[in-house]
Design a protein around this ligand. Sequence first.
Ligand SMILES: [Mn+2]
Length: 415
Amino acid sequence: MIWVLVAFFNVLIAADSQDGRYTQHLLEGSLDDKASKWGFDWAFSGISSFGHLPYHRCLTGTDELFDVGIIGIPFDSAVTYRPGARLGPRAIREASARHLPSRGFNVHGGVNPYRSWARILDCGDIPVTPLDNDVASRMMYEGLYELGNRPSANSLYGDKPKLILLGGDHSIALPALRALKEIHNKPLALVHFDAHLDTLHPSAYPSIWGSNQAAFNHGSMFWIASQEGILSNSSNVHAGLRTRLTGDDWSDFENDDKQGFLRISTDDIDDIGADGIIKRIYERVGGEIPVYLSIDIDVLDPAFAPGTGAPESGGWSSRELLRIITGLRNLNIVGADIVEDRCNEMGNIIFGMLIDSQPQAFDPIRVYARMEAQSSTFDWHDPNGQPGCSVKVAGSTHKGLLSEAAGGQGRHGGI
Ligand SMILES: [Mn+2]
């Protein structure tokens, strides 16, 4: 067979000697030109990192600092309905292929995230075990604490990098909140987009086979976070709710009230519009407290996100959600997640918003909110066997201009 190769080589040489354009073309650039000649990708070429960002397995090396880290959390062992979100990070990365540095200017944020002050890396995945949720929770916490506690590459907007998590089911938010609370050394405000509350007492699930591990699920993680004192007790918001409740009464809402949440229902957008929802979130959260933004894509109508883990009809459109999220750019966001399915367009909007987020620029609706960290205990077991929540959250102070927020419960006002 070697003669075939030799013959082929001879043909190439002959062709080249007859017309030197091939050799000439190859030698045109110096070595320094290689990057400009080959260092780009089309939307459809290249390895599938998020938005064609530089990929660095950040957990295994500290040599690459970053300001915003994209981190996959391929874990879905805590769902109660439809699994599959462990494939989310891969799906999201693939779906983000049309985001490129050369065409990355975000008209909502007025910035090209790829060429901004921020160094953004795709930090790869945390290889979370699917076999033991206690171990999985520890792996997520340790990995995120490690990454979030590194110095940022550029300290212009903070000493610590911002973390964006690609889920994964929604339970991943709990180890993320634990890590970020430790890193920032104060309770966080949670801005939570979801059809569901996710502040459910673990015993709300219909089983007597409870355990501490069973309490770590994708509907109770914010209840646990509240019990552990991770969340500020009056700066949290749900947006896009349309869930049914446990049992025969309003106890899920009453339980939610105790955890310091303002509820904005899906229907509220018909009454106050996207701008009204943005305004309510600002009034509730303020611009200084560190914020964790958690987006369960079931906040969207199943028409837009049909593969999600627990679909509910009657949700917002992609356009409505993008408009609301983009309007939140002046929150002091320190971490965010996108969970419970694959998604595509939201990723770029979010990191554009994150790197443009700066507390000192927060001015349009100035809210003076100061929270005092409150100790609380976490014990999912209710000694009386009651499904109600034995929340122990001491009183907190909340100074500020929150008159509308206080009554701003939307369709579910006062419940
Ligand atoms: Mn949900």
